[in-house]
Design a protein around this ligand. Sequence first.
Ligand SMILES: [Mn+2]
Length: 334
Amino acid sequence: MLADLVGTLESWSRTVIIAHVTPDADALGSMFALAKVFGNGDDGRVATVSLPESSLSQRLGFLHEWAKVPVAQVEDFAHADGFVVVDTAKKPRCNLPAELPEDWDSGRRIVNIDHHASNTGFGWINWVVGDASSSAELVYRLLKFWEKRIDPLVASLLYAGIHTDTSGFSLPNTSESALSAAAELVGKGADVVELGERLERSQQLSEFKLLRTIYANTRLTADGRIAYSTADYQEIAEAGCTAADIDDQVSVPRSLQGTRLAMLFTEGVRGKTRINFRGEAGVPVLELAKGFGGGGHTAAAGAIIEGIPSEVVARVLPEAEAYLNRTRKLKIEN
Ligand SMILES: [Mn+2]
């Protein structure tokens, strides 16, 4: 698999690297690291990254300032030999400029590198490892196999992805291989302290205001086993945030003791509600998210539903509670 993947990448001189909409640090770190290594100028290869304007959150903007990789223009898509898509479970979730034609890939090859269990295998090569901690861990394994030099900047970009997707090395995906990869990246110069500061202790006032709303809107149901919160379009705008700034705020309801299922309902785009589902204590949430047309990982998934948060909450809560009861029963039966 990796030999085929490297062979394909080596046959290209121009590529565009793509990740998912509302990119998190794993999506950005994986994309930027791969772009730095592929397009390092030594052999004339060029890599650009798909990063449409306003899709970068305020908090993660620093990763692009560090990486300084060129953003793909429409003509870069037109002239690419092939595409690499990272951290993206299905093709429609690719974060692409609005002005691209519907068949932007026009039959050219896509290399799909991902750790989402729900990945649809839309690539020509699909390297999907559902139990990998992060796409950054996979990109690290790829660069090692490819025998590429990993400088301190690339190490930092990849470390950021592993750090974030394991929630600071605290989720069940914090595997031995995740920790080994992180340790090796530290050995290659990843700046743990600066990344900790930027990722964990650099809230903009606007993000802080949004968190205040999310704390205030947090509710408990199902005897405290379900915790959820909401932020509607106006509340997000009043905080000074946009859809790009909604990332891991589901950690607020999730942080309550006794929570088995945490949900965050946000209206980043008017009239559409994004739901983040998180399972605690071994509760899987992927099936629940799929029931609403979503996808993701076993314990962290998402979906987008038409309607404002209050409507969507009324629709989703009864199903979520029934699902949780079913899941609990299954566990007892087993
Ligand atoms: Mn990821």
